[in-house]
Design a protein around this ligand. Sequence first.
Ligand code: NDP
Length: 328
Amino acid sequence: MVYNRCGNSGLLLPAISLGLWHNFGGVDVFQDGRNVIRHAFDKGITHFDLANNYGPPPGSAEENFGRILKKDFPGYLRDELIISSKAGYLMWPGPYGEWGSRKYLIASCDQSLKRMGLDYVDIFYSHRPDPNTPFEETMMALDTIVKQGKALYVGLSNYDAEQTERAIQILKRLGTPCLIHQPKYSMFVRSVEEPHATTKKTLLDVLQENGVGCIPFSPLAQGMLSDRYLSGIPEGSRASKSWGFLKKNEITKEKLDAINKLNEIAKKRKQSLAQMALSWLLKDKRITTVLIGVSSVEQLDNNLGCLDHLDYSKEELSAIEKILKNAG
Ligand code: NDP
């Protein structure tokens, strides 16, 4: 495994991190998820990413992860793991179960720790910006969680470039610097590269300027940037499941056309398409680690292979850009 420094912090993260959004919930086969986590750790993946609502049902991914930790990771291994959780999306009924209030964030962090059987998480995130709560309140809640010893670092997710800049400044003043940002970023989703309408800065610029790490989520566009859908929608794939967030109608003709063409470039590079999609992100030194999901040990091993070929020629990059322009 390659370990990269997270922004200007003291923390190193593996170039590949594993997320438990899909495939680790109450609806999934526990043993399959357990095998993946054990294998990931054996391969040097030290970072596991969760959130209060991962499942389904919400909370069950944290519960299952807690069971796996108890069964397979003796106490001393806690110091070899970076575990993150988040709060922001709907978790429980009533007015205090979502968004960015101090009430919600602190209660949710306590619930997550209980579900996972942990004393602390390594990183706690505000999962999305709340348009109706002052950023000061949300950031002060993150700061409190760190000062209470319930998290070591804090992060932001789904904040745009301007919101991120504001949040980073508040966190700096509070003495709890923002460690990392978790945006959606892949060959198919590139808003982090686009300048903000008012500040003219991209999210990646803001992160670099402030020494904050970047951990793109859904780097394979939920599986589209792999061989998964090259010949239809296979049984058991995310797009085939009623609870999967990848909807069949997102796999359009334009996307499939692009996927097939990208696959040809990947073959020439002697990589799988998934490996190419991951190395395409990791070639940018501003990217600390890519946050993948997998439904099997085989997929995990395949993805780890991206680390063998991270560099790109100019010709490859421009051929890829040409394909992506028409991907819709
Ligand atoms: P990916 O884009 O990596 O998609 C993962 C899916 O791609 C897998 O479930 C699998 O699909 C397929 N896949 C993976 N590797 C391969 C391979 N080698 N060959 C073929 N298919 C492959 O990431 P996710 O969308 O799962 O997101 C990753 C993590 O990011 C989440 O677990 C979560 O931690 C985080 N996240 C954060 C969000 C936020 O708002 N902060 C939002 C969403 C995700 P299949 O299941 O069909 O086999």
